[in-house]
Design a protein around this ligand. Sequence first.
Ligand code: HSE
Length: 341
Amino acid sequence: MKINIAFIGFGTVGRGLGDLLLEKREELARDYGVEYKVVAVSDIKAGSILDERGIDLEEALKLADAGTSLETMPAQKKGLSALDTIKSSGADAFVEVTWTNLTDGEPGYSHIKAALSLGRHVVTTNKGPMALHYRELLRLAQDNGAKLKFKGTVLSGTPAFNLFDGPLAGCSVRSIRGIVNGTTNLILSEMEKGRGYEEVLKEAQRAGYAEADPTMDVEGWDATAKATILANYFYGTDIKPSQVKRKGISSITLDQVIKAKNRGERIKLIARADRTEGGAEVSVSPVALPMADPLANIMGVTNALTFATDCLGDITIVGPGAGRRATGYSLLTDLLSIARG
Ligand code: HSE
């Protein structure tokens, strides 16, 4: 199977996928029968190039990492907007990795709609459009015979959604509890060692884990978006982030963290989605967990989800939830799933 790919957005996550595509070119062809060509890259900062004969991905990555415009490369067309790239690139699949906007999902929402309306596949890690417009976008994909994959919106490359159409097919999820935001988990973990909130937040920002506006992390918005996507995927609902009961960690004090520890508990920002009669109940809030709870022992930027299932009882998945390579990998696995049908 040959697949033509276009990048809409070429920041950390897009480049993470770029690294893996280059590194695994032979492996993908040999083990999965998948060959690819990158036909366009359009990024608001890095520039925009389109060439249906194929773009030199290695060179594009070098330039973008060095902060040099991609438009210094040879290409059939340069400077196209993201929407014009979608209309004219002829790509089979678009990698939508522009920034997350939890207010209206733009510009990712328009990009995804444009690509799906043309019957093109989309893989995305963009939480805004998926949390705010989940049902509408999936319906649009279905109506146009296209696939929309969004594995990396929750737990980056660590399996969550795709567990239940692969190894756990036929197993039903009753409730989900998890740590889905690395920044707040790092802050809470380090506060236990006596470090201040502001200092650790700066560290998470430097490491590239925190959202551009860290209020999204600390006030629980990022976790809310992820919990919404989980509920809508697993329970078939159409819940919006505004319907989620949300409380962040900005009011948690060092004293509360230490006192919890002395009682044999840990405060964690827990995202929860429970199946209810005909719907779901979704919440995000700090909870003091007993140490015997597997989620109490998830430290630093690591994420985890405990699925309560009908066939196997509780299953806890632990792994990275952010980062260039881990999130880039989520896109690779989504592309492979599309290419392999
Ligand atoms: N800001 C997010 C986090 C990034 O800290 O987990 C991954 O979605």
